[in-house]
Design a protein around this ligand. Structure first.
Ligand code: SF4
Length: 293
């Protein structure tokens, strides 16, 4: 079959990050060894991944009571609070720790800030599992999601900042700019992880260098939304889709080159399905499908 002439520019960093890939591999191997593995909450914010793991014997529960003590429990990539970990150990369960080592570094960083006698600030999303896990490492932490929230903070003598691993540099810089005039002694530990930095740099590059951009990921994935924010700063012809089924292919009529990126919880198979759909596409005369965002 003759392939479409649209040039596809896949971001160098996209899809599963090292931390998520490691956690999924650990879950799959444990399911083979034990026939059944439990996770407290989803391993990643992606329906396809969660359903696929379920078929392999990895089950999600939302409370301690729902855990079957005969089988191991997997700690997820974005980390947990010490209280959750202590409860699981106290239940005498076999614990498999899939917490990303880079998230563990953020846990250490916020503890260092507390030891220095500073007010602990976390630049990140309220209620996100990773942020809740980071906050739980210290006796008290304030979560600052945006420059507007930073503006509302009182004057502080001594504070320290750590950052949710998937935040954008732009949001961190905007929050710090608001805090500098009101915090006398501010220490910033930039804990945005290296994979997230690469994903964001590449999202900017593909947005600048291509006619249009697709961002593949679940609507409930924070880092997918963040990649979309980066892309839309540089290219308005951007579309967020969860899977190939959601791609209105005729929207690509007239597009010569398309950049593709995907959130850290989007599996390779979903990215490949989108690429294959674009390769099979033959432009129709006169129809331009649904508009890009
Ligand atoms: S986004 Fe970064 S910190 Fe979070 S799991 Fe992936 S590699 Fe680890």
């Amino acid at each position: 079959m003759k392939e479409s002439s649209i040039k596809i520019d896949l971001a160098k960093g996209c899809g599963f990050c090292g931390g998520v890939r490691r956690a999924v591999q650990m879950a799959e191997e444990a399911a083979k060894d034990y026939m059944h593995v439990t996770m407290l909450g989803n391993i990643v914010h992606n329906e396809t991944v969660v359903k696929d793991l379920e078929k392999k014997g990895v089950f999600v529960v939302d409370s301690f009571d729902a855990i079957d003590p005969r089988y191991p429990v997997l700690l997820r990539a974005h980390g947990s609070t010490p209280a959750v970990e202590e409860t699981l150990y106290a239940m005498g369960l076999t614990i498999l720790d899939a917490t990303c080592p880079l998230v563990r570094e953020i846990h250490k960083a916020i503890k260092d800030i507390e030891k220095e006698g500073r007010i602990c600030l976390i630049v990140g999303d309220h209620d996100h599992d990773e942020v809740v896990g980071i906050a739980g490492q210290v006796s008290q932490a304030t979560i600052v999601a945006s420059p507007d929230e930073a503006k509302k903070l009182p004057t502080i003598k001594k504070a320290g900042i750590v950052v949710q691993s998937t935040q954008t540099q732009a949001n961190l810089q905007a929050v710090v700019a608001e805090l500098l005039p009101k915090v006398m002694d501010l220490r910033v530990i930039n804990t945005i992880c290296a994979p997230s930095r690469l994903y964001q740099q590449e999202a900017e590059r593909i947005a600048r260098e291509n006619d249009a951009v697709l961002i593949i990921g679940s609507p409930n994935s924070a880092n997918t939304r963040r990649l979309a924010e980066v892309v839309k700063q540089f290219n308005h012809r951007a579309m967020v889709i969860a899977s190939a089924n959601e791609l209105d292919i005729d929207a690509l009529n007239g597009v010569h080159s398309i950049g593709i990126t995907a959130g850290a919880s989007t599996p390779d198979c979903v990215i490949q399905e989108v690429i294959e759909k674009i390769k099979r596409y033959k432009p129709k005369e006169g129809y331009h499908g649904k508009k890009f965002l």
